[in-house]
Design a protein around this ligand. Sequence first.
Ligand code: COA
Ligand code: ZN
Length: 312
Amino acid sequence: MKRIHFNEVATRDGFQIEPTFIPTDTKVALIDALSRCGYAKIEATSFTSPKAIPMLRDAEEVMGRIQRVPGVEYTVLVPNVRGAERAIEARADELNLVMSVSETHNLANLRMPRERSFASLAEVVRLVDGRTPINVSLSCCFGCPMEGDVPAGEVLRWARRFVDLGVRGLTLCDTTGMAHPAQVAHLVEALQRELPGPQLTLHFHNTRGMGLANVLAAVQGGIVRFDGSLGGLGGCPYAPGASGNISSEDAIHMLEAMGYDTGVDLPALLAVARQMPQIVGHEVPGQVAKAGRITDLHAAPPFVAELREKFA
Ligand code: COA
Ligand code: ZN
C-alpha cells in the first residue's frame, strides 16, 4: 500500500483568514487532538507580523503549550529572518518559508518584491545552517488572482534557486484554487524531472471545486505529500477571492477508499472535524464529516423487508 503523508494546516492557513480571534486554549486543544490522529506533520501557526496576521499573534504561546507527539513534525510558517528567530526559539521542527512566484501577490502578501523576499529567505537558510529542516512554500504556482497565468518555467526557476540553497522540501501552492488537473500533471512531471532531490508537497485550495481532482492528478503523477485543512477552512488574506483549502478529511477519505495508506485514523479525525463549526462559529465546507464515510451505511426503510418477501 502506497504511503501518503499529510500535513494538517487548519490552525495556520485555516485560521489566518477567520474574522474572529480563536482563543489560544482552543488552538492548543485542537492541535493536541490532531496530534493523536496520525498526521506526518502539523503546521501549527505562523511567525509573521501580528499586524499582518493578528489571528496568529499567539504563536509563541501555542508552540510552548502543545504536547509534542513523537513521529509528528511541528512546522511553522516563516516570512523573514525575524520570523525564523522566533520559530527556532519556539523549537519548531521545521521552518516553512514562504514567498510567491507572482510579483504582484508577493508585494500584496509580503510587502516586498520577490528578489527581496528571496534574499531574506536565503539569509534564513544561512542562519539556520542545517540545524532545522527547511521547506519553502511557493504561493501562486498555478496562477495569480491579480496577474493571471504563471508559466511553469517561472515556478521551476524559483524552485531551482531554493534547491540550490539546499532546502529539504518545496511546496507548490495553488493559493486561490486556479489549478486544474491537466496543469497539475504537467507541473509535477516537470518538477520531478528537473529537480528530483527535494521532498515535494502539493497545497490545493478548493475555491473552484477542483481540489480533489487536483490531488488525484498529483498522486497519479507520483506525489506522496499533501497539505490539507480540517473542515476545508483556509485562505490567504492578501490574495483576493481566496477561500478554503482542500478538506483534509475529505482527501484522506478519498485516498483511503482507493487503497492508499495515509497513516491517519479517519474516525478519530472525523470526530475532531465535527467540532470545527463550533470552533470557528460557522458552517465549514468539508463534506465527509457531514455525510459520513462511504462505509457508514444506513438502515433500509421497513417496507423494503416487506417488498423483499413479496418479490421472493
Ligand atoms: N514577526 C513579528 N513581527 C514582525 C515580523 C515577524 N516575523 N516581521 C516584521 N515584524 C514587525 C516589525 O517589527 C514591525 O513592527 P513595528 O511596526 O511595531 O515596528 C512591523 O512588523 C513591520 O515590519 P516590516 O519589516 O516593515 O514589515 P512589513 O510591514 O514590510 O511586512 C512582513 C512584512 C513579511 C513581516 C508581513 O507582511 C507579514 O508578516 N506577512 C505575512 C503574510 C502571511 O502570513 N500571509 C498568509 C500566508 S501566505
Ligand atoms: Zn493556502
